[in-house]
Design a protein around this ligand. Sequence first.
Ligand code: PBG
Ligand code: ZN
Length: 322
Amino acid sequence: MFIRPRRLRRTKAIRDLVAETDLRARHLIQPYFVQDAEGVSPIASLPGIARTGLQATLKQVEADLKLGLRSVVLFGVPDTKSPLAEHSHDPKGSLPRTISALKQAFGDDLIVMTDVCLCAYTDHGHCGVVENGEIVNDASVAILAEMALTHAQAGADVVSPSDMMDGRVAAIRARLDEEGFQNTAILSYAIKHNGAYYGPFREAADSSPKFGDRRTYQMDPRNAREGIKDALLDIEEGADILMVKPGIHNLDLIWRLREACLLPICSYHVSSEFSSVKAADQLGWVNGDQLLYEQLLSLRRAGSDMIITYAAREAVQKGWTA
Ligand code: PBG
Ligand code: ZN
């Protein structure tokens, strides 16, 4: 007997019949960079993505919702920075005001996720508080919990700590519950590697560390088991959804985490993964549209339930999610 796998690849209809994975608008989360000033400031290294003020954010989200994109993740790009990042939990800040404006305009049709981290709010650019040149854990966690609470009070559906301090999920859960926000979900960056992966993002969010690097808090990219260990800790602390980041570099970890737990998994198709395809496309070296679509499919195939990607909007517009 001659086995012929090609029988199931013969026509488009047959291929669709046996397809194991798909990409839909409901899987995609569009990132936003919210600036203090009104208007739109394009980000050179993230083609198609801009920093937007409150009104411009509302307008763009409305357009995205019409496309079928129902989830956004908001990153604050504040003008006010200080050693202790006080502005990160100022209810009058641009981010909390944008969160409430979005929830007021779109209610439960829109899922508002917010990034919880200090790096865009500290003058030194680290994700936590610095004492004697060290990024200290527990003082940072206390501020992160206040930041998450401020977002919840403004109406965020999901808060998403990306700082990589120990114990922050438990601290945020406790602080939210204490103030009556039992229903605000936590999407924790369970696995987040340190490296060159986040260059364009740091330009967009103005969040590069002014000294040193993030190696004492973000994970060593040589490690995989450590990521699963940390993810299991986040589950114990009360995380609702787990993030693996960067996604394309960590398909193995998405898969291993899928086998190790029952929570939904979100992967982050990070800025460098997106921008390097765009740059190669501009040089005419790759078919960027097709490659981005194939990257997103790989993230789904590895086991991602949802994906944060700068390509969310174009994925829908260009028919990759049809
Ligand atoms: C902030 C944060 C970063 C990203 C998401 N949240 C940057 C960093 O850790 O330096 C990166 C996202 C991307 O590159 O697209 N902690
Ligand atoms: Zn940070």
